[in-house]
Design a protein around this ligand. Structure first.
Ligand code: DQQ
Length: 577
């Protein structure tokens, strides 16, 4: 009997272990909690709410939807549960802004009101049709079996600067239903459409899966109303599961300016296909090539096309979507950062989910990856500033940065070292950056690093979220790890505290590494090596809150590290409601 029990325990342990591996420790996106779904919390807990990241006054939010710049205003729509702090009752909430940082909330733009979206209005995108104005494509849930169809909505009055009211014409809606062979309950999140000048057809992608294969179905239309599925998907990849929120766009091979989707066939461009993987709740992208004459996307051989692929962010960043901002010729990326506490916690605190700071995105000159940087408008929130210059950190040093508000700050630093001789040797079996970060956190002494910041730290370091580099020596190169380690972020050990990390593809010739961290009460959003590797962590300190939070610089490697410069600013709150 005992043996059987042990066997069961073993199987359960194995299953939960597999679950952790498979799901990266995060739950799939549509886990529902019917008992909490429509429970309004009696009070909104302020303690871990952000001050300058986008979030509404209360309730659950997820994916950014249909971001666009139109007639002088930025529009952000996002998935909102207007009734509770867990996922459910989904509508498209709507806010407008002139700077992407301060926002005016409006009434929800799209909500269930038609037979084809009676059970939910899920994610989608906006396309601005030249000479006509914006059209939103979104996924409607048509029945209680989660059958998904693609629908469209247009502004009631395209000259209203706020585009407050949206209508869903009965004619042609829904514009796309899953035809035979397409899995109708895994068929969603239409992209921004692009126009093929040669054949006069619009194109858009819908995310899906066929068995375990992630699929990006391509649809074409002459009039934006009648859409026909192309014979071949634009791309697919084995064993990646459901592709949520695909995003597809061109990037320039010359400089940092962004491109509109009308540049799909332009010379000197590469293409980006990003998918959000429902199974693990992380995203990957490939760089590749595409032309409207073949309608096939082929990833470059430098871009891994699967689980180990390139990521915008190696932390908590999902269902992202980009748009072209013609007012500043840039492409901007939004991503949703979910909570890492429990649904019960969320009900108690009355809110869940934030949007990451919008990031400008462009192609790295090495053409192997993208680079991201917080939009320049964020600088308008910078208040008091403190600086450090040429400060050397010896092994074991940690020095406090005082004079700013460490729970609400922007920190930008350059670290240098004179030699890489002390770098620890790299074991080629260390292919997973997150595992390596968990194994060699900031407390394990190294050679070159760990060095960086201790953010949201309590005075005596009972709690802290270190963001740091650690450099290793492989036979033919150096390997740089950027780690944002939540394992000591809170005394509440029941929270999910992942050691998020990514490797950094950076040239160390100048023996210098740059780090910027945006710290905002329960989020630490970090940009390594000028935005080459980025990691967002959600954390819930108990002690290191508000005025009791501290910020340190540290070095725990034998090689002395020089802070060439460090600037830290207190951040003012953004206007959001
Ligand atoms: N969230 C939406 C879906 C999408 C998912 C529903 C991604 O449309 O696939 O809220 O987080």
């Amino acid at each position: 009997m005992k043996g059987v029990c042990d066997g069961k325990v073993f199987v359960l342990l194995l299953l939960s272990l597999l679950c952790v591996i498979q799901h990266n420790g995060v739950e799939a996106s549509h886990k529902t909690y019917p008992t909490y779904q429509s429970v309004a919390s009696s009070e909104v807990k302020e303690i871990h709410r952000t001050a300058y990241h986008f979030q509404p006054p209360s309730h659950w939010i997820n994916d950014p939807n249909g971001p666009m710049y139109y007639n002088g205003f930025y529009h952000l729509f996002y998935q909102l549960n207007p009734k509770g702090a867990v996922w459910g009752n989904i509508v498209w909430a709507h806010s407008v802004s002139t700077d992407l940082i301060n926002w005016t909330p409006l009434e929800p733009a799209i909500y269930p009101s038609k037979p084809w979206d009676k059970y939910g209005c899920w994610s989608g995108s906006a396309t601005i049709i030249p000479g006509m104005g914006p059209v939103i494509l979104y996924t409607g849930i048509i029945d209680d079996k989660n059958t998904q169809v693609q629908c469209y909505a247009v502004p009631e009055n395209a000259s209203d600067p706020y585009l407050k009211k949206w209508v869903k014409p009965d004619l042609h809606n829904p514009i796309v239903v899953a035809e035979e062979g397409v899995n109708g309950s895994a068929f969603r999140d239409p992209t921004t459409a692009w126009y093929g000048k040669e054949d006069g057809h619009w194109r858009m992608i819908v995310g899906s899966k066929r068995k375990h294969r992630g699929m990006a179905y391509l649809y074409r239309s002459k009039d934006f109303l009648k859409w026909v599925k192309a014979k071949h998907p634009i791309h697919s990849s084995a064993d990646t599961g459901m592709w949520e929120c695909p995003d597809f766009y061109p990037v320039s091979m010359k400089g940092q300016n962004g491109l509109d989707l009308s540049a799909m066939d332009a010379p000197d461009v590469k293409h980006v296909l990003k998918n959000s993987l429902d199974l693990t709740r992380y995203e990957y992208y490939t760089l590749g090539s595409y032309s409207t004459s073949t309608d096939k996307y082929v990833p470059d051989n430098t871009s891994e096309d699967g689980w180990g692929g390139l990521r915008y962010d190696y932390g908590n960043f999902y269902a992202s979507k980009s748009f072209f901002d013609p007012s500043k010729n840039r492409r901007i990326l939004w991503g949703w950062a979910n909570e890492s506490d429990t649904p019960q916690d969320d009900v108690l605190k009355g809110w869940a989910g934030i949007q990451a700071i919008p990031r400008t995105v462009w192609l790295d000159p090495n053409q192997r990856q993208l680079v991201q940087w917080p939009i320049e408008e964020l600088d308008s929130l910078r208040g008091e500033q403190v600086t450090m210059k040429d400060q050397v950190l010896q092994k074991g040093d940690h020095i406090e940065v005082t004079g700013i508000t460490p729970a609400q700050a922007d920190v930008d630093a350059s670290f240098s070292f004179t030699s890489l001789d002390n770098a620890e040797s790299f074991d080629p079996s260390w292919t997973n950056a997150q595992d390596l970060c968990a194994q060699k956190g900031s407390k394990v002494q190294g050679g070159v690093g760990p060095f960086g910041l201790l953010t949201l730290a309590s005075k005596k370091l009972e709690e802290f979220t270190p963001v740091f580099f650690r450099i290793f020596k492989a036979p033919d190169k150096h390997v740089v790890l950027l780690c944002s380690d939540a394992s000591s972020s809170t005394l509440k050990k029941s929270k999910y505290r992942p050691s998020f990390a990514g490797f950094v593809d950076v040239d160390l010739a100048e023996k210098r590494l740059l780090l910027r961290s945006l710290i905002d009460h329960s989020v630490v959003e970090s940009f390594g090596a000028g935005g080459k590797t980025n990691v967002l962590s959600r954390v819930y300190p108990e002690l290191a809150v508000q005025n009791n939070a501290h910020l340190f610089v540290f070095n725990n490697g034998t090689e002395p590290i020089k802070i060439e410069y460090l600037s830290a600013w207190s951040m003012k709150p953004a206007v959001r409601y």
